[in-house]
Design a protein around this ligand. Structure first.
Ligand code: ARG
Length: 467
């Protein structure tokens, strides 16, 4: 084979073809522009395969030495940017293999023994994704740490809790932030679980049916750090569940980020004025000089859309495919890559932004005072005095109606006025009508009472900050 023939992809599948591929088809079928990102995994997989082939005497020790030498040079070429990626060679696998053969001759041509690009690509993607997962897990921890850090300063800060976007009951701001910590903790658990099914080795399945060479798949798995070997060759080359599971994790995580981002946008608006963000996370307007817009939070919210889209894309990609490998599978990469990139960058920037949030406790408390947030407390007070809850609820509705007409808060009504709604009301009612009294009363496991919130903070601190 002459050197210039190696530049043509058709050489990878023989003389059967009598006419060259059109340029349009070449461009349409090629994936090298994006899958070159898998190069490190591709080389690692090839080296593990070659070592095993040599150990099993399928190739000679000299072949292995040549392959190692060639791959070392290719690594250096790719890292330095000198590697000449060729569209003609379709994908990362053929590009690297062709260069290897150019560098070391026959040993390069022996590398593909007992292997197909079908099991090769599945192996590469899993290896690559495993490393990305290992980089994402600390970012999920950092996000939780940032939230815990702010929460620790705001156990006693009172926020109006909302249902239906209507003021419902006062809550500790720390309690509110810790709700997000719960979400991100579940995301981390989910990701660790996804990793288990990512970290299984397809190599050895070859094109689809396995191979006639005496491969030692367990050995390759061990070399590459896989926990197990795919047990069915047909499934090994066609399965993309692991990518879908990752996209599902990514979508749920981005949904959580998006909810937090939405709250940050609301809190920062003039109508709430609960928080401020550092200038470096905001942008101005080219026309309205007074504006400081929370662009980072809005983009985080917006980017959740594309990640959910990737999940839908991957599910749709797989649903009509018969066994086993089909070229459709080449379409798994861009959505997967973009999901990884988006979740990584979003977690990084949001954790940073959250850590630097400026909280305005007075504004939060003022808003909590406005919305009759302690009405439930008055009802609970009457229940403790012996009223059935439904009757108490009705009494308080009358009191709130009256207070609304007077434009006053329940706690600002004089005792005799309150007693007009029910005789059981006594002087001690003012303890429960305060925001703090309301907070302290919710001293149930998982409730917003500061004692409960402190206990949760201690649990998270131990989980997140001790190695
Ligand atoms: N670039 C291909 C992909 O990403 C590699 C596998 C190609 N296999 C094949 N039989 N054409 O799926």
């Amino acid at each position: 084979m002459s050197a210039n023939q190696l530049d043509k992809k058709s050489e990878a599948w023989s003389a059967l073809f009598s006419e060259p591929m059109s340029d349009l088809v070449k461009r349409y079928t090629s994936s090298v522009s994006f899958d070159k990102r898998l190069w490190k995994a591709d080389i690692a997989g090839s080296l593990a395969h070659a070592e095993m082939l040599a150990a099993q005497s399928v190739i000679a020790a000299q072949d292995l030495a040549d392959i190692r030498r060639g791959m070392a040079q290719i690594t250096q070429e790719i890292e330095s940017g000198a590697f000449d990626w060729k569209l003609d060679l379709e994908d990362v696998h053929l590009n690297i293999e062709a260069r290897l053969t150019q560098l070391v001759g026959d040993a390069g041509k022996r590398l593909h023994t007992g292997r197909s690009r079908n099991d090769q690509v599945a192996t590469d993607v899993r290896l690559w994704l495993r490393d990305e997962i290992d980089a994402l897990l600390p970012l999920l921890a950092a996000m939780q740490q940032a939230l815990v850090g702010v929460a620790e300063r705001h156990v006693e800060t009172i926020l109006p809790g909302f249902t239906h976007m209507q003021v419902a009951q006062p809550v500790s701001f720390a309690h509110h932030l810790l709700a997000y910590v719960e979400m991100f903790a579940r995301d981390a658990e989910r990701l660790a679980d996804v990793r288990k099914r990512v970290n299984v080795l397809p190599l050895g399945a070859a094109a689809l049916a396995g191979t006639s060479y005496p491969l030692d798949r367990e050995r390759v798995a061990k070399t590459l750090g896989f926990d197990a070997v795919c047990q069915n060759s047909l499934d090994a080359v066609s399965d993309r569940d692991f990518a879908i599971e990752f996209a599902s994790f990514a979508s749920i995580t981005m949904m959580h980020v998006s909810r937090l981002a939405e709250e940050i946008v609301l809190w920062m608006s003039q109508n709430f004025g609960f928080i401020n963000l550092a200038d470096r996370y905001c942008t101005g307007s080219s026309i309205m000089p007074q504006k400081r817009n929370p662009d980072v939070a809005e983009l985080a919210r917006g980017k959740s859309g594309r990640v959910v889209g990737h999940l839908m894309g991957l599910l749709t990609l797989m649903k009509g495919q018969p066994l086993t490998y089909n070229k459709d599978n080449q379409e798994d990469k861009e959505p997967l890559f973009d999901s990884v990139d988006t979740v990584r960058d979003t977690l990084r920037i949001m954790a940073e932004m959250v850590a630097g949030i400026v909280v305005k406790p007075e504004a939060m408390e003022r808003a909590a005072l406005k919305g009759y947030a302690t009405a439930t407390d008055l009802a609970d007070y009457l229940v403790k005095k012996g009223l059935p809850f439904r009757d108490a609820h009705e009494v308080v509705a009358h009191a709130v109606k009256f207070a609304l007409s007077e434009e006053r808060d329940l706690g600002d009504l004089p005792l005799d006025v309150l007693q007009g709604f029910h005789a059981a009301i006594g002087e001690d009612v003012f303890d429960v009508l305060t925001l703090r009294g309301s907070l302290n009363a919710r001293n149930v496991l998982g409730g917003t009472a500061p004692d409960q919130v402190r206990a949760q903070l201690a649990r998270h601190r131990k989980r997140l900050f001790t190695a």
